[in-house]
Design a protein around this ligand. Structure first.
Ligand code: AHR
Length: 660
């Protein structure tokens, strides 16, 4: 009997048939009542160096601890022969380097070997740019990529000699072409001459980075971001903005200028979860604020930098000396003002000039700035106030993002929203990592939000399944359902960014995440595709939508159906998004009301994201298991009759043509 039912369900599922004779829900889109504008920033990306998202991830550097500045200076390196650590190098903020000397006998070797981030991933036929700052006269090194397999081979598969001949420090470069694919190679450098030589900032990048930039980004990962069409790009985090103490907060000024001189910072994610401990996780700032702005520009997304408000992470450290006194906030406020100058200032200003020197004389056209991440209590508004005053005075057009704390409701949240209103910030950042029940219940969260106060930035969210805190289809489906509520309330919700973005399969601290990767490949999760479907189909205006004569809210009496409708005035498209969170086939009659006599709906498309197995997601081994599928649909006049399969996210799109 059970088998029989399962079979029937499966048949109905694939054929899109109703199991029970259920009457259709009547959805009506009011096409002649074009509503609130949907902000270009509506759907975007949140970036943080968590899960090896930057170093070891998006930032394409393949060498770990390239400047020998980790607290254990040789972490990530093996040394052999005569290797000395020195600390009077050419880069003030990264003074360490290595001196390779004669090993003492003609047949012995001196050298160093780097293990990369979980190995060094190289692909057959691809080129890798090795570079190093070196000092030495008439010396030679051999640079090799070696396999590191467990069979004990450890032999070079590509090798190049380099002459080093400079009394002063100079950068040398050579390109290595890999004859093999190896996810876990090592880099080895031998001293092959008799003498002494100094090496600093040892670096290896794929030549083929995103946009071919030298200090560039991993192409597949940057492409995945670009492919979501993000409207806003928030960086550099998250908790790393705040620091465990003030010293370790993210200080943007340390992340600009020549990469060799950007100092190392700890990464709090290396120790945040003892059960996911990564003692070799640090921030080199190789991907710094210039690179973040550049990436925003490449993606056509508004940059949204978030800065420390002088309070370090209150979860981790609430001691008094972990916070700056309000009267001492001067340099922090100046950092915020200088950042705006760095992004937008004329090339004759101090910080505008630095931007130009780094290769971008044109303004980055920064419009938004966030101050503070997940701060709470009266300290936060007290600290935020002088920032707001100073930024308003110097840059009245910049929009300021404040925070509502780490929780989506509760005392801190209730306290902070009115405070944000008092301070008249432009947007308030809300965070919600919540279970299925929350996402189902909150589809109408913004329906009754105050329309006169600050706008909402849903700055970090993801469905964390109860007992299933990893990526799976059902979580993505509920995110899609919840997002219909963001969209229907686009007059008050101006930005939304899923979080976190990236995770290395061997180095994650937090999941679920939007994009997973190893050293060679990456995979876009179901949550990624939900974000992408919204990003590509956001439209320009909200349209009123009812179901069975009631406003759609996804709540009681609406059979687990969530929906939103938009108009895109540029492409002349109507787009209706429906998430069927129920386990029933749902017949739907979708009427596009209010069309003019000569208007026709053509080019009907139906895009579906669906998985029969709710616990499944895409994997590196099977990256296309669950991807959006597009089919053509035809409409009878202005009414579309369809059956929405159980547990499905679906978009219906029609182009309006006027026959005159
Ligand atoms: O996204 C992971 C973390 O979650 C962020 O760093 C922080 O803002 C939130 O608590």
């Amino acid at each position: 009997m059970k088998l029989h039912r399962t079979l029937l369900t499966a048949l109905a599922f694939t054929a899109g048939m109703a199991l029970h004779a259920q009457s259709a829900h009547n959805m009506v889109v009011q096409t002649n009542k074009v509503g609130a504008e949907i902000q270009p920033t509506m759907y975007g990306l949140f970036f943080e160096d968590i899960n090896y998202g930057a170093d070891g991830g998006l930032y394409a550097e393949l060498i770990k601890n390239r400047s020998f500045e980790f607290p254990q200076n040789f972490m990530g390196w093996a040394t052999f022969g005569n290797v000395k650590l020195m600390n009077d190098g050419p880069f003030e903020r990264n003074p360490h380097y290595v001196r390779l000397g004669n090993p003492g006998h003609g047949h012995k070797h001196t050298g160093i070997e780097n293990e990369g981030f979980f190995g060094i991933g190289v692909k057959e036929g691809a080129e890798y740019r090795f570079s190093v700052w070196a000092r030495g006269e008439n010396q030679k090194i051999r640079v090799e990529l070696i396999d590191n397999d467990t069979m004990g081979e450890n032999q070079a598969f590509v090798s190049k000699e380099m002459d080093i001949n400079s009394k002063e420090w100079k950068q040398y470069e050579v390109v290595l072409k890999s004859p093999v694919t190896d996810p876990k190679a090592h880099l080895r450098i031998f001293l092959t001459s008799k003498g002494t030589l100094d090496l600093e900032h040892v670096s290896l990048f794929p030549v083929d980075t995103w946009k071919g930039r030298k200090n560039g980004l991993r192409k597949d990962l940057a492409q995945a971001l670009y492919d979501t069409k993000p409207g806003v790009f928030r960086f550099p985090g998250g908790c790393i903005v705040e620091g465990t103490d003030l010293e370790t907060r993210y200080d943007w000024k340390k992340t600009v200028g020549p990469v060799e001189n950007r100092p190392l910072n700890e990464n709090r994610w290396h120790y945040t979860f003892p059960y996911r401990f990564f003692p070799d996780y640090f921030q080199t700032y190789g991907m710094g604020f210039f690179e973040f702005f550049e990436l925003s520009e490449d993606m056509g997304a508004e940059p949204l930098p978030v800065l420390s408000c002088g309070l370090s992470c209150q979860f981790q450290n609430d001691s008094e000396d972990a916070h700056v006194k309000v009267c001492d906030l001067g340099s922090y406020i100046q950092d915020a003002l200088d950042l705006i100058e760095f992004a937008n200032g004329d090339v004759n200003t101090k910080w505008g000039k630095l931007r130009a020197d780094m290769g971008h004389p044109a303004s980055f056209n920064l419009k938004f700035i966030g101050i503070g991440n997940e701060q709470w209590g009266p300290e936060y508004p007290e600290h935020l106030k002088p920032f707001v005053e100073a930024i308003r005075k110097a840059y009245p057009d910049i929009k300021i993002v404040g925070s509502s704390g780490p929780n989506s409701e509760g005392d801190q949240f209730e306290y902070l929203w009115p405070e944000m209103k008092k301070l008249k910030v432009d947007l308030v950042d809300e965070h919600f990592y919540r279970p299925e029940s929350w996402f189902l219940a909150e589809g109408n969260r913004y329906d009754n939000y105050d329309r006169k106060g600050p706008k909402v930035f849903a700055g970090e969210y993801a469905c964390h399944g109860k007992g299933k805190k990893w990526n799976h289809f059902n979580a993505a489906l509920l995110e899609a359902a919840f997002m219909t509520g963001l969209e229907r309330n686009a007059d008050v919700v101006h930005m939304a960014t899923y979080a976190p973005l990236f995770a290395h399969v061997e180095g994650w601290q937090w999941r679920p995440d939007m994009i997973w990767f190893d050293n060679l490949n990456s995979v876009r999760t179901c949550s990624y595709y939900v974000q992408q479907l919204y990003g590509h189909n956001k439209g320009t205006n909200v349209l009123p939508l009812t179901m069975d004569k009631r406003a759609v809210s996804g709540q009681e009496g609406q059979d687990g159906l969530f929906a939103s409708a938009v108009w895109d005035k540029d492409t002349k498209e109507y787009i209706v998004k429906v998430a069927n969170t129920s386990d029933r086939v749902q017949p739907l009659s979708l009427t596009f009301a209010g069309l003019k006599k000569n208007d026709k709906l053509t080019e009907g498309k139906c895009i579906t994201l669906q998985s029969a197995d709710l616990d499944k997601d895409n994997t590196l081994e099977n990256p296309n298991a669950i991807v959006p599928k597009e089919t053509a649909v035809s409409i009878d006049g202005n009414v579309l009759n369809v059956e929405v399969a159980p547990k499905t996210f679906v978009l219906y799109k029609f182009t309006k043509t006027s026959n005159k």
